[in-house]
Design a protein around this ligand. Sequence first.
Ligand code: SF4
Length: 330
Amino acid sequence: MTSTSTLQFVRKAASDGNPAEVRWRVADVQALFDMPFMDLLFRAQQVHREHFTAGEVQRSTLLSIKTGGCSEDCGYCSQSARYDTGLERERLMPIDEVLEHARAAKAKGSSRFCMGAAWRGPKDKDLVPVLEMVREVKKLGLETCVTLGMLGEGQAAQLADAGLDYYNHNVDTAPEFYGEVITTHTLQDRLDTLDRVRGAGINVCSGGIVGLGETQLGRAGLIAQLANMNPPPESVPINNLVQIPGTPLADGGKLDPFEFVRTVAAARITMPTSFVRLSAGRQEMSDELQALCFMAGANSIFYGERLLTTDNPDAGHDEQLFVRLGLTAI
Ligand code: SF4
């Protein structure tokens, strides 16, 4: 069933103010999910090879530059001040420390350095040191990405002036399910930030989380929403929920791993020129499952032992996996 409200949100996502062309109806994406698994993987790999060099995988490192104490209530997040997750709050990291992490990430083979701060959105005074971080990380020869929450008027332009390459802001889940996961801001708030990022000429990194308790139609709605953005995000992180004790989503059922692979494949087919990134949850995936994700068209990973606050496979293990699968880091 095609959801009217999904399409309305999609249309609002058009950055040029005109209604976006609905290239992928939710029903069309659902039809991809319904394909026999091997047929879906084969099609995704075909699309992948039309647009990318097979076996090349981009590596990003993610650093939490300000941890915990966030005012928002995202039901999956360890950093919300509303949940007792045992996470220690940390102030904004000094720039020297950030640069130390960035140099180490580059030495280990990352090409992009992403900095995340747990804010509803940055105050103008918060943004000043972050702009300096962006400028200095860029000087190291790394691509830069930040995720700071919702941006106010003019803030995206300041980030663009500092040389920011990517801004991450996920739509998280299907429009219909959004209110089940987050109540302190709306999906439209997030779409407004994405419009500001686009408008400032910064590349968009936006994806979602699966395993939140959404239905398969919900996963199809998430992918359709992203694919119908005009243009689609350059980078599409697909996260598998890490169930964090203390959060409202700590005790739900686990997603069938093949459903995760199907979601990656649907993202690849509907957004053929975007980098599809394996993000949170990789620590809990076997090497074999990750190989299926690469087959389904994932071509970017987070690299390094920590994501924002959760564990990630260690870099040595990833290095070995790349060798075993004949993958090339870019
Ligand atoms: S806005 Fe970001 S940091 Fe804050 S609770 Fe939501 S996901 Fe976590």
